[in-house]
Design a protein around this ligand. Structure first.
Ligand SMILES: *Cc1c(COP(=O)(O)O)cnc(C)c1O
Length: 413
């Protein structure tokens, strides 16, 4: 099965490669003229930049890119070449990393609730580490005890996070030792603990509390004579700036680094960033299909909307910075609507815009995460076509020739 993400992709040749953060308006017009509208322009250079800035902010932490926010082959391939690890949750995601030649040792499977077929598909690929958070899920691994190891997902509620992921998954801290004991009785090896503080976490406090609690649990497990826990997975959740500025990542991670420094030295720390890597890496280009004045206000109907790339405004509670390429003229309170015949399909019902014309382009920024991934083809409006820029790093040729000179294969590890 070919994952959806692998289809419908166009690659911009180097001559047309632009950085999506610095794309000029004429370049944006050029992309729309060449590839049509709506588009999602994914910039791999931005993916690399985000990956390395988080890597620098969390030294010694292995970053497993969570595919969920932007499960696109080009993103996976570019992170593969940077040496990243991967966080998978479904068989479709397993297929996607497999197609990009990612060694299974660089992957973990973190869905806390799995069908037996999900477990088998991941095991067949060679994934070894899975996540469980309850007795029934642990029982599913009895038959795979020789091939699978577990992380126990602990829940630390985050009412402050934009998306609280500890409501649906994770066990109480007080249940952890009992679950490890249950696994041991069944001959299943528990390797460590994991948590997810919630997506778009605005403060590092929750990570610090969770790391401290896990540090204590690791010590308690040791005292209880349980096998030593040697992995701590601190999840995703790292925030990005949409319309409001968030703390720069290095500063955000400082208290996290301090908390991690208190872990026993044998513990390998991993993280599962998704949004932080994907969100800044894409812009969405759509165009005005039609306009109407209703109750004294201009409504502009775009060819992309809440059922498409802007689906994150519903599912992910995000609000994307949106601009038009028309700057002249008086500004009026206006409505930007999506193309479908559903009245909920409104991107912004009060945005100041000059009067737009049919065919004008509208650009959404910070649209890499939880946008195209959750888009639908509702009403037969096809989701945006993906255009990939900077698939190869600017200095790729140089790196390859250096590796060759050093006797390497010329391929990134
Ligand atoms: C969604 C998810 C992630 C990614 O979270 P972000 O907030 O996008 O960084 C990581 N791990 C798990 C288990 C997830 O479900």
């Amino acid at each position: 099965m070919l994952p959806r993400a692998a289809r419908q992709t166009h690659t911009v040749s180097p001559a047309h490669a632009f950085d999506s953060t610095t794309l000029t308006e004429s370049e944006i017009r050029g992309l729309a003229a060449r590839f049509g509208s709506p588009l999602l322009v994914v910039d791999c250079e931005q993916v690399r930049r985000q990956y390395h800035s988080l890597k620098a902010a969390l030294p010694g932490v292995d970053l497993h890119y969570a595919l969920k926010p932007l499960p696109h082959a080009a993103v996976v391939a570019c992170l593969r070449d940077e040496g990243a690890f991967f966080d998978l949750a479904t068989t479709g995601e397993v297929e996607l990393v497999k197609a990009q030649g990612i060694p299974a040792e660089r992957c973990i499977h973190t869905h806390p609730i799995k069908r037996d077929s999900d477990i088998r598909d991941a095991l067949r690929y060679g994934v070894k580490i899975f996540v469980a958070d309850n007795p029934d899920e642990i029982r599913k691994f009895a038959r795979y005890r020789k091939r699978a190891e577990l992380l126990i997902r602990v829940s630390f509620r985050s009412p402050d996070a934009v998306v609280d992921l500890s409501r649906k998954f994770g066990c109480e801290a007080g249940a952890v030792l009992g679950l490890i004991e249950q696994a041991r009785r069944m001959g299943i090896r528990v390797r460590g603990l994991s948590f997810h503080v919630g997506s778009q976490a605005m403060e590092p406090t929750k990570y610090v509390e969770a790391i401290r609690a896990c540090t204590n649990l690791i010590a308690e497990a040791l005292l209880a004579g349980l096998p030593s826990l040697d992995i701590l997975d601190i999840g995703g959740g790292f925030p990005v700036s949409y319309n409001e500025e968030v703390t720069p990542i290095d500063q955000f991670c400082q208290p996290i680094r301090e908390a991690l420094a208190k872990l026993p030295s044998h513990v390998r720390v991993i993280a599962e960033p998704g949004r932080f890597i994907a969100a800044p890496a894409a812009i969405a280009i759509s165009s005005v299909m039609g306009k109407a004045k209703r109750d004294g206000r201009w409504w502009y109907y775009l060819d992309d909307g809440l059922y498409g790339s802007y689906s994150g405004q519903l599912f992910d509670h995000a609000k994307y910075p949106v601009t038009t390429l028309r700057h002249e003229g008086e500004l009026f309170p206006s409505v930007l609507a999506g193309p479908t015949c559903d009245s909920i399909d409104v991107i912004d019902d009060n945005i100041l815009l000059p009067e737009l014309e049919v065919g004008d382009l509208v650009v959404g920024r910070m649209m890499g995460a939880y946008t195209w991934a959750s888009a639908t083809d509702f009403n037969f409006f096809k989701r945006a076509k993906v255009v990939v820029m900077h698939e190869q790093p600017a200095d790729a040729k140089r790196v390859v020739s250096l590796r060759k000179a050093a006797g390497g294969s010329g391929r990134a590890a």
